[in-house]
Ligand binder design. Structure first.
Ligand code: B16
Ligand code: MG
Length: 219
C-alpha cells in the first residue's frame, strides 16, 4: 500500500486553474498578448513569474522588461486572481475529491498538498479543507518549482515517507513530470496529449476512486 498521497491544488482539488487562466488572459489583454487555452496548458503548475515569462516569450513584439517591471506585472495578475478566488466555497471542491480524501484517511494514508501557488493556504481555508491534510507545502519555501521534483519530495520528507511509497495527483504536464522525477506514482487528471507521462490517467476528478488508484499503484 502507498503511505502518502500528495494532491496538487489548482485543477485537482478545485477548479482554480480556470481562475488562473482568466487572470492571465486579462493581464495578456492589457499587454496586447493573446493567452489562449493552448498556451495556458504550458502555464499549469508553473510559478507566477515563470508563467509571465512564458506569456511574454509567446509574443514576438514584446519589449525587454526589467525584473521590477516583471514583478509589477506578476503582482497585477495576482490582484486579478485574488479577486476571482474571494468567492471560493466548499461547494467548489471538485466532484469525487471529498470522498477520496475521506477514504484515504480511513485507510491511514497520509495526505499532503503540493501546490506551486502562494495562494494555496487561502484557497484551502475557503474550501474548509485545511484540517484535512497532514502537511501543506509552502510554495515560497520551494527553490525549484515544477517540473523539478522538490515540491513533492518536500512533502514526502516532511511526512517521513519514502518517495516510492507516495502517489502524486496532478492536472499539469509540469506536475506529472515532477512526480515522476521524484520517483513517485503519478495520477493524472486530464487529456492524454499533455499528460502522457502519467502512470494512471483519468479524464475528470469524478473518475477518481481510491480502489482503482490503489490497484493501479500496486501493479
Ligand atoms: P500563484 P498548482 C499553480 O498551482 C497553478 O497551476 C499555476 O497556474 C500558478 O501559476 C501557480 O500555482 C502559482 O500560483 O500565482 O497563486 O502563486 O496547480 O501547483 O496547485
Ligand atoms: Mg494544478
Amino acid at each position: 500500500l502507498p503511505k502518502a498521497v500528495i494532491f496538487d491544488l489548482d485543477g485537482v482539488i478545485t477548479d482554480t486553474a480556470e481562475f488562473h487562466f482568466l487572470a492571465w488572459k486579462q493581464l495578456g489583454e492589457e499587454l496586447g498578448i493573446e493567452v489562449d487555452r493552448e498556451l495556458n496548458e504550458q502555464l499549469k503548475g508553473v510559478s507566477r513569474l515563470q508563467s509571465l515569462e512564458r506569456i511574454i516569450a509567446s509574443s514576438p513584439k514584446q519589449p525587454v522588461r526589467t525584473i521590477d517591471e516583471l514583478e509589477r506585472l506578476a503582482a497585477k495578475k495576482n490582484t486579478h486572481y485574488t479577486w476571482l478566488i474571494q468567492s471560493v466555497s466548499p461547494n467548489d471542491i471538485l466532484p469525487g475529491i471529498d470522498t477520496l480524501i475521506k477514504e484515504l484517511r480511513a485507510a491511514n494514508i497520509k495526505l499532503a498538498v503540493g501546490s506551486a501557488s502562494k495562494n494555496a493556504p487561502f484557497v484551502l481555508e475557503r474550501l474548509e479543507l485545511t484540517g484535512a491534510f497532514d502537511y501543506i507545502v509552502d510554495a515560497s519555501n520551494i527553490r525549484h518549482g515544477k517540473p523539478d521534483p522538490e515540491t513533492f519530495t518536500d512533502a514526502a520528507d516532511y511526512l517521513k515517507v519514502p518517495y516510492k511509497a507516495c502517489i502524486g495527483i496532478e492536472d499539469s504536464a509540469a506536475g506529472i513530470e515532477a512526480i515522476k522525477r521524484a520517483g513517485m506514482f503519478a495520477v493524472g487528471i486530464g487529456a492524454a496529449e499533455s499528460l502522457h507521462q502519467a502512470d494512471y490517467l483519468v479524464r475528470v476528478t469524478d473518475n477518481l476512486r481510491m480502489s482503482t488508484i490503489l490497484e493501479a499503484y500496486s501493479q
